[in-house]
Design a protein around this ligand. Structure first.
Ligand code: PMP
Ligand code: GLU
Length: 396
């Protein structure tokens, strides 16, 4: 077989695969509504687009420093100081092709084959596969619906072994929308020091929080713990810039230069024009974030209320990000028959909903959590209403 064991061992990204399938159905003329993709439906703000146009006109079209332009690193340093109360030097920052590449480079830089990586679940699809790609071992820490999917430090400590190298925290969380409790995060920070464990804090949804939820960057808890943390963020979600592919990581210089080596031999610099635009995103006016957040908040409330009115579904009100993650176990227990087969898991159910109701969503199993579905509400209110109407009808 020509395919390497490493690649054979990883699964394709289901979020991307189902989004692509919905697009294909749309191209074939089917009236599909997509709750699949985790991306804002808004356009990138005008001031950011203008900056990119200027960069093109000025001929900013050459390779840049592989780890990103200094201007953008300085903007990131300022942003992390102002928003997150963390002090970094530009040598502790790397800019990559999306937060996804930052995560990939961090895991490859820190983990040796056989190292254990703690991963609270439900978790975003790419963490598990990136860990496996690095030949490290994902060790899942379940979080529960009954506890609003919040992580607690006791659960974390129980899973620590002499092989534990890293923990990945994602708050606000994709797919559950959970925002971790500040006190628990402080306790987890103590565990990092006690057991000498590194921590990736994926903060890509930090600006999208609702109600009373508060975001805390663990790296702001002091110099000692900061040495254990790689803070990851990007412009995709906060500035509706998913297609521009700019993410960044901040952490100890040794780790950042390791990541830089990988980047220098794989992709080189992230897109030069997008880097210029991202400077404007981070230092320019910030009011569009609040406009988007308010729209998401309204859609969130509507979606959660409608889902909870459907028989067999219960859904928590997410505190952050832009996903509803309803429990559909009662529907699966009913054992609905479809095409002569029983619908027995979230994959079958999402496939049934896509084929029969033409609504794309992601099965919980993609996030290591059977018995749930993920619906993105980063789409128009009109589509949300129509999509939920179709789901309700088909489940009747
Ligand atoms: N982390 C999480 C939790 C995400 O949901 C995403 C979504 N794509 C990413 C990282 C990667 O974002 P990007 O590569 O677009 O910066
Ligand atoms: N993060 C988004 C999602 O979870 C975008 C797709 C992806 O990169 O996984 O749907």
């Amino acid at each position: 077989m020509i395919i390497s064991e490493r690649v054979k061992n990883i699964n394709p990204s289901q979020t991307l695969a189902i989004t692509a399938q919905a697009l294909k159905m749309k191209r074939e003329g089917k009236k599909v509504i997509s709750f699949a993709a985790g991306e804002p439906d808004f356009d990138t703000p005008e001031n950011i687009r203008e900056e990119a146009i200027s960069a093109i006109k000025e001929g900013f079209s050459h390779y840049t420093a592989s780890s990103g332009i200094i201007e953008l690193k300085e903007a990131i340093v300022k942003k992390l100081r102002k928003d997150n109360k963390i002090e970094y030097k530009t040598s502790e920052i790397i800019v990559s092709t999306g937060a996804k590449q930052c995560l990939f480079n961090t895991i490859l830089t820190i983990c040796n084959p056989g190292d254990e990586v703690l991963l609270p679940i439900p978790c975003w699809v790419s963490y598990t596969e990136q860990i496996k790609f690095a030949q490290a071992v994902p060790v899942f820490i379940p979080t529960y619906y009954q506890e609003a999917f919040r992580l607690n430090a006791i659960q974390v400590e129980e899973k620590i072994t002499p092989r534990t190298k890293l923990i990945i925290l994602n708050s606000p969380n994709n797919p559950t929308g959970a925002v971790y409790d500040v006190e628990e995060l402080k306790k987890i920070a103590e565990l990092l020091l006690k057991y000498n464990i590194y921590c990736i804090c994926d903060e890509i949804y930090e600006k999208l929080i609702y109600d009373e939820a508060k975001h805390l960057s663990i790296a702001s808890l002091g110099e000692e713990v900061k040495d254990k943390i790689i803070t990851i963020n990007g412009v995709s979600k906060s500035y509706a810039m998913t297609g521009w592919r700019i993410g960044y990581a901040a952490g100890p210089e040794e780790i950042i230069s390791g990541m830089s080596k990988i980047q220098g031999h794989s992709t080189s610099n992230p897109n030069s024009i997008a880097q210029k635009a991202s400077v404007e995103a981070l230092i320019g006016k910030q009011d569009t974030i609040e406009e988007m957040r308010k729209a998401f908040d309204e859609r969130r409330k509507y979606m959660v209320e409608r889902l909870n009115k459907m028989k067999g579904i219960s859904c928590l009100s997410p505190s952050g990000a832009f996903y509803a993650f309803p429990d559909v176990i009662k529907i699966l227990e009913k054992g609905i028959e479809y095409n002569g087969k029983k619908i027995k898991n979230s994959f079958d159910l999402s496939d049934f909903i896509l084929k029969e109701a033409k609504v794309a969503l992601i099965p919980g199993s993609a996030f290591e959590a059977e018995g749930y579905l993920r619906l993105s509400y980063a789409t128009s209110m009109e589509d949300i209403k129509e999509g939920l109407y179709r789901i309700e009808n088909i489940l009747k």
